[in-house]
Design a protein around this ligand. Structure first.
Ligand SMILES: Cc1cc2nc3c(=O)[nH]c(=O)nc-3n(C[C@H](O)[C@H](O)[C@H](O)COP(=O)(O)OP(=O)(O)OC[C@H]3O[C@@H](n4cnc5c(N)ncnc54)[C@H](O)[C@@H]3O)c2cc1C
Length: 292
């Protein structure tokens, strides 16, 4: 690997200054994506690596004023066992628990997962389902935007090279909400998602579906809530046939957006089943939950 400048920062201001210096730089958080990218044959390493791993105030989960705030340096291991998230955002805990292996979960961060923008990033579908917003800071100010407006295509976002992701926030789901995340990989561990789905369902006092969010992962060019399948559920009682129809609706949207490919024969029925199972898990119709 060619030599590069390495700057370990203990404050955000120092990191922003290093990113703004001539030649710019790449942020290093846990390094589980960046270091692999740098080691790829033929890749030129960035001229400057800006290590934010020790920057204060960018780690941890807080709840205030009806909002959940997550620091970008929070590791997947910390998310998976967060007591603050386990009830209101268990779909996010489940996604974090499904990332890689214990070593990757102890090192990899939610901020790196978002900023890397791989189609298989496991924490992104739950964050989209939870209507998360991202705060980005640069030397000239800060901006906040919905996560669904952040990605433009796989591995591409609207972030500028001088911006640091400093916060991920989402509203606490209303009482009566439950979520589920299901991941399908080639094996049970250290496996990237071939398909995944994150679902959040809110039931009213009569057990009727008041609101639903459905976000497939590794299925579409960019992550999005599937409005037409969500609309099918609103105002209805949880029911296996209804959930199967919603699953077929999500698969139909995938095909409409990506066209029919060699993998469609497999992905179409499998995505429909994942959606149905996730909805059933939310509404207690089955015990299916977790990664399969
Ligand atoms: C063996 C293995 C298995 C894996 N399995 C999975 C898996 O199952 N699911 C999954 O989703 N991912 C998986 N990954 C990918 C990876 O672990 C995650 O994407 C992880 O969350 C990346 O976080 P990081 O802190 O290591 O990011 P880094 O590698 O440090 O950074 C990744 C990118 O984000 C940028 N960045 C990081 N933080 C910020 C910030 N705060 N502001 C601006 N830019 C930032 C970096 O510049 C870089 O471009 C796996 C990786 C490995 C090596």
């Amino acid at each position: 690997m060619k030599p590069f400048e390495y700057i370990a920062c203990s404050t955000l201001d120092r990191a922003l200054e290093a990113l703004n210096a001539p030649g710019g730089g790449r942020i290093l958080a846990g390094g589980t994506d960046l270091v692999i990218e740098m080691r790829r044959p033929g890749r030129r390493p960035p001229r400057r690596i800006v290590d934010i791993g020790r920057v204060e105030g960018l780690r941890g989960v807080t709840v205030a004023g009806g909002l959940v705030h997550i620091g970008p340096l929070t590791t997947h291991a910390d998310l998976a066992r967060s007591g603050l998230l386990s009830t209101p955002a268990r779909l996010l805990c489940a996604a974090a628990a499904a990332v890689g292996s214990p070593q990757i979960r102890n090192r990899g961060t939610i901020g790196g997962n978002i900023m890397n923008a791989a189609a298989c990033a496991d924490t992104v579908p739950p964050l989209c389902a939870l209507n998360a917003r991202l705060t980005l800071k640069s030397g000239t100010g800060a901006r906040e935007l919905p996560i669904t407006e952040f990605f433009t295509e796989p591995y591409k976002t609207v972030a500028r090279p001088d911006e640091v992701l400093t916060r991920i926030s989402f509203p606490l789901p209303p009482p009566g909400s439950t979520g589920a995340f299901i991941k399908l990989g080639r094996r049970n561990a250290v496996s990237i998602s071939r398909l995944s789905v994150a679902v959040l369902v809110s039931l009213d006092a009569e057990g009727i579906i008041a609101e639903a969010s459905i976000v497939p992962g590794a299925a579409l060019p960019v992550w999005q809530r599937i409005a037409e399948a969500e609309a099918l559920l609103r105002g209805r009682k949880p029911d296996a046939d209804l959930f199967a129809a919603a699953g077929r609706g999500v698969a139909a949207v995938m095909i409409r957006q990506t066209g029919r490919r060699w993998s469609t024969e497999y992905k179409e029925p499998v995505l429909a089943v994942l959606v149905r199972r996730a909805l059933e898990a939310c509404c207690g119709l089955t015990r299916t939950e977790g990664r399969r």
